[in-house]
Design a protein. Sequence first.
Length: 359
Amino acid sequence: MSTPPERPGDAQAQRLFSRSTHLSLGLVEAATLFSYLTMRDAGDRDVPAAAAIRVKRATDYYLGPVLMELALHGRLHMDRPTPLENHAYRQRQQQRSGKLLWLVVPPLVLFIAGIIAFQNAQQQLALLLFLGFGAYIIVLLLLLLVIGSFSKDKRVQANLAVVNPTPTGNGVLDAILRQMLSTGESRQVYRWLYGRGALKADGLYKITEGRLVEQGWITLTGKQRVLGLIEVETLVINRQTEQWQALSEQLRSALLLEDTLSPHMVALLLCLTLLTETFVTPRNLRFPGQPAKRKMVSSLYQFLSSPEELTIARQRLQALMQGDQAIAAAIGFPLYDTLLSIRNGVERSVEAKRQTSTG
């Protein structure tokens, strides 16, 4: 695919979205709510936990939904079309990274065997092994160069730019919009979130947390110290309310059924994929009806009730991340392209910060 699909007309789009129910939460509030790490006991009652620590420490998880919601409001856009293969390429690269490690095993074996042969005075055998090592490295480098050149031709570099400076009336969104306008330039999503001149979310989380409390989605239960260093607010999610039950049904439908998704739901599901445990099953995961003293609840695990549902949900999210033609046609390629670029940019920023901290 070299050109984006045409966007359907307003009437067709209205039919596509007719079954989509408007969510009772803004994207930033919803993504924050699902990023909380909370615990539940054997009776499925929430146990107060320092649930917001990840959101506060890794602000990328918070800024990602902010940028996505600004895009939904028509304030941000990619400055040039990016083929869906760009996004599929990134996902394939991540899947291949583990497999590529096996390519270094043969030359390593040849090199070690050559050293052993040399130490045992088997110079001729050692020479052959070292020549084999050198030949393998040359062929491997040429192969990677060819693959890289083909892949590079398919990838298009694009920037996320402010296309409408009009304030939205939302304090959190407008604070980030002002920061972006102050730079006077467009950037790759990764650069908006990481490095020199990156966006700052200082104090903005508190606004979102306050909204969740006011609307009854969460209850703050006090403060506690984590590892004796950081004092954080503990909370529980109010899962017994009608609004939570309605939201749960909407998310289950979006994850398990083939219904057409609204732009807001597409953004929300892409936010879910940013949470690492979405594709890594926690050790203490327990589905309804399974005995356990306590379980961790976060991300999509709050809405699923069996391993089979987990498999279906992950397949849908993987397809969404790799660039789905039907979604692109339904919500418009430019918007879908922007949402995917933001999602991948956040992931890249989180990875870079993690490598910096461990290095």
